[in-house]
Design a protein around this ligand. Structure first.
Ligand code: ADP
Ligand code: MG
Length: 379
């Protein structure tokens, strides 16, 4: 953190006004539901984007990342269409705040992030949220965290051009240490659900397959459009409104198997989030394992966003005795989560790594995820 402030000084020739930090996230359950007005349950990772800021006297944005080579990128007039590569994730937030009528001047930014990029752990939301929180403080905007998250989503949708839902930004802005965040993406109501695995002798492993599928964005858009088509065929404003109890009749009314699969995933996934919430509330944490495995099968077979590497993590982890596992994030690569008994944790991780080796695949990165704090000012 001190490093980011010092590097800011070297780059820009003056001291930053402050340093802010925002985490990446994993999603425990509730995948692809956040653009269907459904339920999600992410928690924040200890991996964060840390950024130093200083206000400018003009309206430009100057951004530098310690994680990429090159000079600071200057965006003179942030507006959709003016692509500046990675710096879009910074400039877009400035634009979204200004477009919403907030008086935000220019800024210089230097950042460094420990959130792996493109690993399904939301390095993009960490960047957006650290910028939004800093601007909120520096320009005294007085916005709530959920409002900041919604503006970050708008930035990613309308400026960066990624049609993501509201989960990632809300998780980065609103999560608290030791909890998973139950979020209803329709009315944005939230509940912090205690999720302290260590005290129960459990662990949640994150396995980053290091697979990045280049077609993921187009496929994401297709799934989103397919969900909207399904909702239109059923005469509801979003798939959230299809009751689990009437799923068989609803499926009968759909025009094709592809849409049937999408609808079945969203409806059963919302139901799975509710089941996980009930189990956590009842203190029956081990029982969520099979629900995670069911969720993975649904993403693989019905929503069709998994890939062989993610399936291999889940299959090899469960075969090695994990309580449950599933892909997390948008899919087509990225990461999976694995719920394990603490004593068997190393053995399960080893089995997954060996399975990758025996298939001739790049060794996955495995780490233990402990629910961490949401975005904050650090100095
Ligand atoms: P994810 O959010 O799953 O990590 P995305 O494709 O949504 O994947 O976002 C990754 C992009 O965010 C990167 O390609 C880059 O443009 C930007 N990004 C993330 N972290 C950094 C960083 N530390 N420095 C510069 N750009 C970053
Ligand atoms: Mg992202």
């Amino acid at each position: 953190m001190a490093g980011v402030a010092e590097e800011f000084g070297r780059l820009y020739g003056y001291e930053p006004e402050g340093v802010w930090e925002a985490p990446g996230r994993v999603n425990l359950i509730g995948e692809h539901t956040d653009y269907n007005d459904g339920f999600v349950m992410p928690f924040a990772l200890p991996h964060t984007a840390v950024a130093a800021f200083g206000r400018r006297t003009d309206t430009a944005v100057r951004a530098h990342s310690a994680d990429l080579p090159g000079e600071p990128v200057v965006v003179a007039d942030p507006a959709p269409g003016a692509s500046a590569g990675w710096a879009d994730y910074v400039a877009s937030v400035v634009w979204a705040l200004r477009d919403a009528g907030h008086a935000v001047g220019g800024v210089d930014v230097h950042l460094a992030s420990t959130v792996p990029t493109g690993a399904g752990l939301s390095s993009s939301a960490a960047l957006e949220v650290v910028v939004a929180l800093a601007l909120n403080d520096l320009f005294e905007l007085g916005l709530e965290r959920q409002q900041l998250a919604s503006l970050c989503q708008r930035a990613e949708n309308d400026y960066v051009g990624a049609p993501t839902g509201i989960m990632d930004q809300t998780a980065s802005a609103c999560c608290t240490a030791g909890h998973a965040l139950f979020l209803d993406t329709r009315d944005l109501s939230q509940r912090q659900v205690p999720f302290d695995l260590a005290s129960l002798g459990l662990r949640l492993l994150v396995v980053d397959t290091q697979v990045k599928h280049s077609h993921s964005e187009g496929e994401y858009g297709k799934r989103r459009a397919g969900c909207e088509a399904g909702a239109a065929e059923l005469g509801v404003s979003a798939l959230r409104d299809v009751p689990f109890a009437s799923l068989p009749e609803s499926l009968d009314r759909l025009s094709c198997d592809e849409i049937r699969g999408l609808v079945r995933h969203i409806v059963t996934e919302n139901h799975r989030v509710e089941r996980v919430i009930s189990l956590l509330d009842a203190g029956d944490v081990r029982a969520i394992g099979p629900v995670l495995v069911e969720g993975h099968a649904s993403l693989r077979d019905d929503f069709r966003v998994s890939c062989p590497e993610l399936d291999l993590v889940v299959d090899s982890a469960v075969a090695a005795g994990a309580l449950g596992a599933r892909m997390t994030g948008g899919g087509f690569g990225g990461s999976a989560i694995v719920l394990v008994e603490e004593p068997s944790s190393d053995q399960v991780a080893k089995s997954v790594v060996e399975a990758f080796a025996s298939h001739g695949l790049t060794e996955p990165r495995v780490f233990t995820a402990v629910p961490a704090a949401g975005a904050r000012r650090v100095r």
